[in-house]
Write a protein that binds this ligand. Structure first.
Ligand SMILES: Nc1nc2c(ncn2[C@@H]2O[C@H](COP(=O)(O)OP(=O)(O)OP(=O)(O)O)[C@@H](O)[C@H]2O)c(=O)[nH]1
Ligand SMILES: [Mg+2]
Ligand SMILES: [Zn+2]
Length: 373
């Protein structure tokens, strides 16, 4: 069993008014870095949903806040700095409205790589402790997709947990499905659940510690919202019939942070179809830790697992311990992570160039004004 380590007994926040929302000493310290220097009285709040130019908050009562000009401008320049679900923010009163003055330092962010040429990464969720990856038992499983979700989750810094959902629909195939899932989930616990029959719910619920923040990840129709409702014992999210996963067919349409009866928080997000592995390859490395361990036993430090003698990776393939298809997917995801990193670097370079040009222009303008012509 792997466990995330926030909110230990030494960090008991159940007495704090924001404790129900995941307030802890780390967040408190982050708040202390912005609060004292401000000319306004600032209050901490947690973002439950992000909208255009505003956010839904809990502090702990429900409020809506607009973004201050500074936060808005920063978000326009780099969308990944915009307050997102799960973020802790500092707000102030302005007339009869609330204004977000600062987004506090984040821990554990689920980041989706920008897919368009010049697009920024999208922060799907901030300050998360665990990622619950949902894969329906009756549709596969799709191991390649699971590996992508796992790479994304590991890169977030949070603990991935896998839920094989709709277990009762797999019938006799269930053991086979779970076994297949377990061949690709090195280091992550797998729970077999059914929102309809209640299978495995108590075991999963036992892992949801008060004040911890979980995010649900899976394709549309994987049963994320249904699982959430079943764990809550109540309808907290709408669920929908499975459609053919075309555009605009998602039942959950926006991200929302939902407190659960046991004190954990869940972020339900719309199904994700396309997962680009993050340029930071650490997520891929963790996902394929089994192959990484083999590679350490290769005779040569820089073994390419090609035709070299003493290659432990190839030996494992020969002995039937490692599936060549998994090995190929590892190569592919590593290449993709590298490509995404270089693309991110290229975008950063282009932006920096733009910034220099702008500064240049501003400098020339200032010099011109000084000269008086
Ligand atoms: N038989 C069975 N059906 C389930 C189970 N869990 C969910 N479903 C069905 O699967 C469909 C999709 O479920 P949702 O919970 O809406 O899926 P979702 O992952 O939230 O989908 P999006 O919000 O579109 O991302 C619904 O018709 C559910 O009734 C289950 O345990 N058993
Ligand atoms: Mg949903
Ligand atoms: Zn090798």
């Amino acid at each position: 069993m792997s466990h995330h380590n926030t909110n230990t007994a030494a960090d008991d926040n159940s007495f704090h008014p924001l404790g129900q929302l995941g307030w802890n000493s780390r967040v408190e310290a982050a708040f202390e870095t912005v609060a004292p220097g401000s000319e306004h009285a600032l209050y901490p709040a947690r973002v439950t949903e992000a909208r255009r130019g505003s956010v839904g908050l809990r502090m702990p009562q429900h409020e809506t806040a607009k973004l201050s000009p500074r936060v808005r401008k920063a978000a326009e320049a780099d969308h990944s700095t915009a307050p997102t679900s799960g973020d802790w923010v500092a707000v102030r009163r302005s007339g009869d409205a609330w204004l977000v003055e600062a987004v506090l330092d984040r821990a554990g962010t689920l980041v989706r790589q920008g897919v368009a040429k010049d697009s920024h990464d999208q922060v799907l969720a901030a300050n998360i402790d665990a990622v619950l990856i949902c894969e329906a038992a009756d549709q596969g499983p799709n191991v390649g997709r699971l590996e992508r979700f796992l790479s994304l989750a590991w890169a977030s810094g949070a603990t991935p947990v896998v839920a094989v959902t709709k277990a009762e629909l797999a019938g006799d195939r269930l053991p086979e499905v779970v076994e297949l899932v377990e061949t690709v989930t090195t280091g992550a616990d797998v729970h077999t659940v059914s929102a309809h029959t209640g299978l495995g719910l108590a075991e999963l619920a036992a892992r949801l510690r008060p004040g911890s923040t979980w995010v649900l990840l899976g394709t549309s129709g994987a049963g994320k919202s249904s699982l959430l409702n079943a764990l809550a014992g109540d309808t907290v999210m709408d669920t929908g019939e499975i459609r053919d996963d075309r555009r605009g067919r998602h039942t959950t349409t926006h991200r929302q942070l939902i407190p659960m009866p046991g004190g954990a928080l869940f972020l339900d997000i719309p199904g994700v179809r396309r997962i680009d592995v993050p340029g930071d390859g650490s997520g891929v490395d963790r996902t394929f830790a089994d192959i990484g361990e083999l590679a350490e036993r290769c005779r040569f430090r820089d073994c390419s697992h090609g035709a070299e003698p003493g290659c432990a990776v190839n030996a494992a393939v020969d002995e039937g311990e490692l599936d060549t298809r998994r090995l190929e997917r590892w190569y592919r995801l590593r290449r993709e992570a590298e490509w995404n990193r270089s693309r991110g670097d290229a975008r950063l370079r282009a932006e920096r160039r733009k910034e220099w040009k702008r500064n240049d222009r501003v400098g020339r303008e200032a010099a011109r004004l000084k000269r008086g012509f």
